[in-house]
Ligand binder design. Structure first.
Ligand SMILES: *[C@@H]1O[C@H](CO)[C@@H](O)[C@H](O)[C@H]1NC(C)=O
Length: 248
């Protein structure tokens, strides 16, 4: 799987949602009546109870294993006051998705518009892989290639799925994510082509100033996640009958 932001934008720009052949929702997953007063709390329970099944992967819905979640290659460019450059990440594995807790879920169905908002917490995410990067932090030239890992703790995030119901399918237009992180620990090897002293200084700098770096990256991360997760969610929901998944 080779992904880049421009490729994703190109995909979503002329995304023709075809209603794929229907796949029945697994019987162990709870269904919620979309007209019932407790639709939102039923959905929260359905997601919370179904999460262990979902995290293992549901091949017939093209849901891969989520913990660890493997991405072979990602490319991202940054243009921001303090952070400019290009980053490629390969062979990345993300651990911790099993820990998602769905604190609250709110569903809004009005006419053909269907949105779901969630407040989610995750105790810990560990991300590791190989990277290659080139760029500047402020006027400071950075670049190199090597291995990295990032531990994030105390994550609280908003998920906002927005879309419409069309031909008995939920067509998702946006999947908004806004993660707040309480603690982050960053490790990488060789960001300065072999200069260990500079790498050590950069590690100290990143671990001290990660909130600043994170704020700089967040607009890109959010945009990237929206494109990526919208496409991801549409692969799933284009196979599910809306009226069978959310019966009336
Ligand atoms: C990150 O990688 C380094 C070097 O391999 C290792 O010492 C460290 O324990 C790793 N951190 C985590 C959280 O896995």
């Amino acid at each position: 799987m080779q992904l880049s932001l421009s490729a994703l934008c190109a995909i979503s720009a002329f995304l023709v949602i075809k209603a794929d052949e229907e796949v029945p929702l697994r019987p162990e997953l709870r269904r919620c009546n979309r007209n019932a007063e407790d639709f939102s709390s039923c959905l929260r329970l359905a997601i919370e109870e179904g999460w262990p099944t979902i995290v293992k992967g549901i091949p017939e819905l093209e849901i891969p294993q989520l913990d660890p979640f493997v991405i072979n290659s990602i490319e991202q460019e940054f243009h921001n006051g303090i952070l400019r450059g290009k980053m490629t990440v390969k062979n990345s594995k993300t651990f911790g998705a099993s820990g998602h807790r769905f604190r609250s879920v709110k569903a809004h169905l009005e006419g053909d518009r269907f949105n779901i908002e969630m407040d989610v917490t995750v105790p810990k995410i560990l991300l590791e892989g190989d990277y290659k990067g080139d760029g500047f932090i402020s006027a400071f030239k950075i670049g190199g290639k090597g291995k990295f890992n990032v531990t994030m703790e105390g994550i609280r995030t908003y998920f906002g799925l927005e879309g419409r119901v069309e031909n008995d399918r939920w067509v998702i237009e946006h999947f908004k994510v806004l993660p707040e992180i309480s603690n982050m620990h960053i490790w990488f090897s060789d960001f300065f082509n072999g200069n260990q002293d500079l790498n050590k200084a950069a590690l100290i700098f990143s671990n001290q100033y990660w909130p600043l770096l994170y704020r700089g990256m967040l607009p890109y991360v959010s945009q990237y996640m929206d494109n990526y997760l919208t496409e991801f969610a549409n692969r799933i929901f284009s196979k599910l009958s809306f009226s069978n998944t959310f019966p009336s």
